[in-house]
Design a protein around this ligand. Structure first.
Ligand code: CMC
Length: 432
């Protein structure tokens, strides 16, 4: 047998076929099962995609055993230290780090699209003030397609690029407006000279009646958190966008579907859930009780911000965010902040516990990000919105990669049907 095939035998019929094994740059090879159904008449069954690669991609790579994350081949640690969020956005979209003129051109494009159509602002008034900002995000981002008709022909590469730029540029404006709506303050227009994260902070926290100065530490912290959240392979929200996009749906609607998937507490909603959990635990002395709850299979409580499908070692993003948390607290808050102390202690105790050790459950990116957001004054219900702003870069990059692939087809998974066998309709008077 050649090295790069695998032989599969149906023990019922005795039929054998050789399936090719595709090798990527890094990571496990993938058995190409494209002919499996045709040859055997069986579909494959893999709920949760535990063993299934849903696509080819050249954007992000995770080595879960090593705790390694690469964007276009570059280690996340190097990008977090040396790059900026918009440079990373360029890298993700176009595959290479930009030369200075390319970066300048890209920044110019993003800046050109930061405003939203004035009519779009009316949408917010339809939401009650206590609407969850993620609910507003789903609605407003989905509605962008009703405003920007010149970027929805997905077969046109220029349209795709404009849509991608618009989404990256407008997301902070839309997000800040969600926050302003919830507190009844006027929306603040973008100030492009402030940079991506500075502009977001200004749109969230400035008011027309007072001077507001963006704190450079807050800006830097946000920029780094955004780099760390920019993409993460074929996670639930990205896969949702690829699935929605595979039917040739418009990009704004696709990204709205990704925002909906991100909102769940098992995914991006975990950062908000971590803060609620820490509030619920309340004190270091309660940690053992909550760890027992997390281990109890009859209790739905889970340690939020812990565990990951792919990482079976430290999530490198959590390591960087923990370090940043120390820095931000030292400069803008209090390094002895009881919430931070509680989080550090919870991590320490959980990592010594056999249950978490055996299952290789480590803190993930969401465990510490909320503490930084809190110090920056960002309210808890906006945490997942912050994640959505950053992940938009990954979403549009993955969407562009998919639509640009000449072999792209509509995604249409099969199923294992376990419902009733075929039966005849029973008239009402004959039903038992
Ligand atoms: N607390 C307690 N037990 C856990 C946890 C946790 N946070 N995570 C996993 N386990 C247990 C789980 O019960 C199972 O135990 P057993 O083998 O005895 O049945 C085992 O560990 C494997 O877990 P799983 O649920 O099969 O793993 P998964 O890959 O399907 O789920 C996860 C991954 C991230 C959804 C899960 O670990 C979890 O719910 N974590 C808490 C939520 C969270 O922090 N999510 C953010 C993920 S990172 C950012 C992002 O993706 O957006």
């Amino acid at each position: 047998m050649a090295k790069d095939t695998i032989t599969v035998t149906d023990n019922v019929t005795g039929k054998s076929i050789e399936l090719p094994i595709c090798h990527g740059t890094h990571g496990p090879g993938a058995v190409d099962i494209g002919v499996f159904f045709k040859e055997f008449g069986y579909v494959t069954f893999d709920p949760g995609f535990v063993s299934t690669a849903s696509c080819r991609s050249a954007i992000t790579y995770i080595d879960g055993d090593k705790g390694q994350l690469l964007y276009r081949g570059y280690p996340i640690e190097q990008l977090a230290e040396k790059s900026s969020f918009l440079e990373v956005a360029y890298l993700m979209l176009y595959g290479e780090l930009p030369q200075q003129p390319e970066l300048d051109g890209f920044l110019g494009n993003i800046v050109r699209h930061t405003m939203i159509n004035e009519s779009l602002k009316g949408f917010y008034q339809g939401f009650y003030h206590d609407a969850h900002p993620m609910a507003i995000m789903v609605g407003v981002v989905g509605s962008l397609s009703a405003f920007y008709h010149d970027s929805t022909d997905i077969r046109n590469p220029e349209h795709r690029e404009i849509a991608a730029h618009r989404l990256i540029a407008k997301m902070p404006t839309i997000a800040a407006a969600c926050y302003k709506h919830s507190i009844g303050e006027p929306f603040v227009y973008p100030q492009n000279k402030l940079g991506y994260c500075g502009n977001l902070l200004n749109m969230m926290f400035s008011v027309p009646c007072e001077e507001y100065e963006v704190d450079p530490i807050a800006q830097k912290a946000l920029d780094m958190i955004f780099i760390l959240h920019a993409d993460h392979e074929q996670n639930a929200s990205t896969s949702t966008i690829r699935l929605a996009g595979s039917s040739a749906a418009n990009p704004f609607a696709c990204v709205a579907s990704g925002i909906a998937a991100l909102w769940g507490p098992a995914h991006g909603g975990a950062n908000e859930a971590v803060l609620h959990m820490l509030d619920q635990i309340g004190d270091v002395k309660n940690i053992p009780k909550f760890l027992e709850k997390a281990k109890d299979k009859n209790d739905p409580f889970r340690l939020m911000g812990f565990g990951h499908r792919i990482y079976k070692n430290f999530d490198p993003r959590a390591t960087l965010i923990r370090k940043m948390c120390h820095e931000v607290l030292a400069k803008l808050g209090d390094e002895n902040d009881p919430l931070f102390e509680l989080a550090l202690k919870l991590e320490e105790v959980a990592l010594q516990d056999d249950y978490f050790k055996q299952r290789k459950l480590y803190p993930n990116v969401d465990f510490y990000s909320g503490i930084i957001y809190k110090v920056l004054g960002i309210p808890t219900n906006m945490f997942t919105v912050m994640f959505a702003i950053a992940r938009t870069v990954g979403w549009v990059s993955q969407w562009m990669e998919m639509i640009g692939d000449p072999d792209q087809r509509i995604a249409r998974p099969r199923q294992l049907y376990e419902g009733a066998a075929m039966r005849d309709y029973v008239d009402m008077n004959k039903r038992s």
